[in-house]
Design a protein around this ligand. Structure first.
Ligand SMILES: Nc1ncnc2c1ncn2[C@@H]1O[C@H](COP(=O)(O)OP(=O)(O)OP(=O)(O)O)[C@@H](O)[C@H]1O
Length: 261
């Protein structure tokens, strides 16, 4: 069988804050066209890893290759070009309060020269349809939308411009189980249609199970397990076992101060 192509690779990625390694030698390979989901306890480095790949955070050591090219040394203009291949759903959807839905979705397209506002609006309506929302939503403001609709608009914005790589940070956080499943299916359908490569971050293990081809678990800034989603249940990795089955006891120690009663 031909070896699957690697789309994103990090090697020995280290990021220190206040003398502590928040990323502690992350080696990760994301294959072309797959959905890889990062799971792990709060503070394990999931969002930080996405930010580092995007160049929003500069690592202290390590390499990042995307499409076979080293990206850490890119200059300003090269970086702008590099970022065009990404669609990003931020935690809490990250919508701009002062912009109607269609401008939120078309934000990047509006900045591109050549596209008229009418064209961008049409493109935004098409993406609204792709996430199951009617064109009527176009002129509403984010505050007028439910949490589930905000997530859909966030996904529509991530999909605008048909990116070949999608980063989805907590796509179902704060949603009820039914809306979470609607969003899971929307993600799967759109990703399959586009053929994008996806890194998702989620604390929702139902979402992880539903959307992922592979799962990588982070703990204290390291990948402690990575494998096919179907292999999770059979794994005897103590970190994965504790996290996946939500066990209180195991190698993952939760700081008492972070527990709420
Ligand atoms: N800009 C920053 N300055 C200082 N520390 C940071 C910064 N960004 C991240 N960290 C630290 O890096 C660690 C990893 O953070 P990160 O946001 O990646 O966690 P996470 O796994 O996404 O957690 P959560 O599931 O709670 O969102 C944390 O200890 C965090 O406090």
């Amino acid at each position: 069988m031909p070896k699957e192509k690697t789309r994103i690779a990090t090697t020995g990625l280290i990021k220190r804050f206040d003398g502590k390694n928040a990323l502690d030698g992350v080696d990760l390979e994301v294959r072309d066209g797959e959905i890889l989901t990062l799971i792990g306890p709060s503070g394990s480095g999931k969002t930080l890893l996405l930010k580092t790949i995007l160049g929003l955070v500069t690592p202290d050591a390590g390499e990042i290759e995307v499409g076979g090219e080293a990206v850490l040394s890119l200059s300003g203009a090269e970086r702008d070009e590099y970022l065009k291949q990404f669609g990003i759903l931020f935690q809490r959807s990250g919508l701009f309060d002062g912009m109607p839905v269609w401008e939120n979705i078309g934000f990047r397209l509006l900045q591109k020269s050549g596209a008229s506002r009418k064209e961008v609006r049409e493109a935004a309506i098409e993406k609204l349809r792709a996430v199951g929302l009617s064109p009527d939503v176009c002129d509403l403001y984010p505050a007028e939308l439910s949490g589930g609709m905000q997530k859909r608009v966030g996904i529509a914005r991530a999909l605008a411009g048909d990116p070949s790589i999608l980063f989805l940070d907590e796509p179902t956080a704060g949603l009820d189980p039914i809306m979470s499943n609607v969003i899971n299916d929307l993600i799967l359908q759109n990703v399959r249609d586009l053929g994008s490569t996806v890194i998702a971050v989620t604390s929702n293990l139902v979402t992880a199970r539903r959307i992922s081809d592979r799962i990588a678990m982070l703990h204290e800034g390291r990948v402690v397990w990575c494998g096919d989603v179907d292999a999770v249940e059979q794994s005897d990795n103590p970190y994965l076992d504790q996290f996946w089955h939500k066990r209180k006891d195991g190698p993952i120690q939760m700081p008492v101060s972070s527990l709420t009663f």
